[in-house]
Design a protein around this ligand. Structure first.
Ligand SMILES: O=C(CO)COP(=O)(O)O
Ligand SMILES: [Zn+2]
Length: 211
């Protein structure tokens, strides 16, 4: 049921994200769907100091069966897995720029991250803002159910980004791309920004297939 290589990969990515300032303190969480359940980061753990031998193991029904107590955001992670059969990993961070976007009162809640570069279109897609719920609240689940069939990534209002993908590496690449794009969006706010037009977006979707 446990795969040491997978546990090491989660700890390595956590350390890398933490050391590069993508999430601070004990914020953020990572999960991976395995063939018979899930592996998740423990609640209140620092992503920079994860012990691969103490990650939380959940069975196929999401019951905690081994390791430390799991992240309180399991309802958030499970909502992505439920709605996206291809999803194998979910990453949630409190990265600064994506979280800043999630706090802005005037972003379009249906499309918070404008298509300013090809990679955000290829790796992330359209990003809606999901209405505020308390961290760890199961009330987030129906809100994710409403958007996850069409969106792999969301911003939690006044909280931060969440991304799902078909592998752990892809989920990390996507959430990094989302963070860097949020930084560019804020850096160029108030400037005359040229967006990718519909034709360029259609070409990217055709060639790199992100829904
Ligand atoms: O980011 C977090 C809550 O939204 C961190 O929670 P956990 O420590 O329970 O994973
Ligand atoms: Zn959080």
């Amino acid at each position: 049921m446990t795969d040491p290589k997978l546990h090491d990969a989660i700890a390595r990515w956590g350390k890398s994200l933490f050391e590069r300032g993508f999430t601070a303190g004990s914020s953020g969480n990572i999960s991976v769907r395995t063939d018979d359940g899930y592996v998740a980061t423990p609640t209140n753990s620092c992503l920079g100091f994860l012990d691969p031998g103490r990650l939380s193991i959940l069975d196929g029904e999401g019951r905690h069966v081994a390791g430390d107590a799991p992240t309180k955001e399991l309802p958030l992670h499970f909502a992505f897995y439920r709605n996206r059969p291809e999803a194998r990993a979910v990453v949630h961070l409190h990265s600064t720029y994506a979280t800043a976007l999630s706090c802005l009162a005037d972003v379009d809640p249906a499309d918070a991250v404008p298509p300013i570069t090809p990679y955000v279109v290829m790796r992330v897609g359209t990003v809606p803002v999901v209405a505020y719920t308390r961290p760890g609240s199961p009330e987030v689940a129906p809100l994710i159910d409403a958007v996850a069939p069409r969106h792999a990534a969301v911003l939690l209002e006044n909280h931060g980004p969440v991304v799902s993908a078909s592998s752990l590496d892809a989920a990390v690449y996507a959430i990094e791309e989302l963070e860097e794009t949020a930084k560019l969006v804020l850096l160029t706010r108030g400037m005359a920004v040229r967006l990718l037009d519909a034709e360029k977006i259609a070409d990217l979707k055709q060639n790199f297939g992100k829904k």
